[in-house]
Write a protein that binds this ligand. Structure first.
Ligand SMILES: [Zn+2]
Length: 276
């Protein structure tokens, strides 16, 4: 299988992930590299040795991954994208397939242009392994071939379901406040925009809640601010438990990630879609 050959090549090329973790990951097992690092220096794998001798470093990719997952979940639900094509988009390629499908105007195009393509592929595989994305086989007729496309994974569905439940609880609370205060048009205070901002941030303390656009101290005091916080705390905990389940670090080799400027083809005009 071509994909397996590709993965084998990646395994050889990968100078950052623990060898033991990679092999066991292939068989669906999770191995904490700390065990490899803490083992006798004679049996430590070459990549962990690099990490231990400070020749590679860990990078916090959380914010970047959130942005990428949010964009990918929309595009991959409506279009058939292979893992390699997705990596090309993130790398910022302007190859003919990307131009033809207008993927150079996607918001996440070139969002990882400072990384090597093999590391981007590695990150996507990790997101698949962790359940944020998944691969789906599709039979294509004439000629009969099987293609493998990336789709939003089970964790994204779980997170969406949590946010929907949180939204329902919020609406119920706002409705009951409207009845209590005899205000018909309560959505003039709790606007749709405000609720969307609350859902994207899930503020768990008063200070953060007051940072929501249009939400004031008077609203907090008059309309059960603490009840809002209880809802957000509950769903924020649920969200964190899903996001961190099986969480693994992502390491890159230190010396290779100096951002290159002007590496993309400037002759192609790039306008970004902001509506995602
Ligand atoms: Zn190792």
């Amino acid at each position: 299988h071509v994909d397996n050959i590709h993965r084998m090549a990646q395994y050889c090329d990968n100078k950052t992930d623990c060898r033991r973790t990679q092999i066991l990951e292939y068989f669906g097992e999770i191995f904490d590299r700390v065990k490899c690092i803490r083992s006798n220096m004679n049996t430590i794998c070459d990549n962990c040795k690099l990490l231990e001798t400070k020749k590679s470093k860990s990078i916090d990719m959380t914010e970047k991954i959130k942005l990428i997952c949010n964009s990918i979940k929309i595009v991959c639900s409506r279009e058939d994208l292979t893992l390699l094509h997705l990596a090309d988009i993130l790398k910022g390629s302007f190859n003919s397939k990307i131009i033809e499908k207008n993927h150079h105007i996607l918001e996440f195009h070139s969002k990882m242009d400072e990384f090597k393509k093999c590391d981007i592929e590695r990150l996507i595989r990790k997101l698949i392994f962790l359940g944020f994305l998944k691969e789906e086989l599709k039979v294509i007729k004439n000629p009969d071939t099987v293609a493998c496309y990336v789709r939003p994974g089970p964790k994204i569905s779980q997170l969406n379901s949590i946010l929907n439940k949180c939204k329902s609880d919020l609406r119920r609370l706002i409705k009951s406040l409207g009845v209590e205060h005899k205000i018909d048009n309560f959505n003039l205070i709790f606007t749709r925009k405000m609720i969307l901002e609350m859902l994207s941030q899930l503020p768990t303390d008063k200070e953060t809640l007051l940072g929501i656009t249009g939400y004031t101290e008077a609203i907090f005091n008059n309309y059960k601010g603490n009840d809002f916080l209880k809802i957000f705390q509950h769903y924020s905990n649920l969200k964190a438990s899903i996001e961190t389940k099986n969480e693994a670090s992502f390491n890159v080799h230190k010396s290779k990630y100096k951002r290159k400027t002007g590496s993309n083809d400037q002759s192609v005009k790039k306008s970004k879609i902001k509506s995602f």
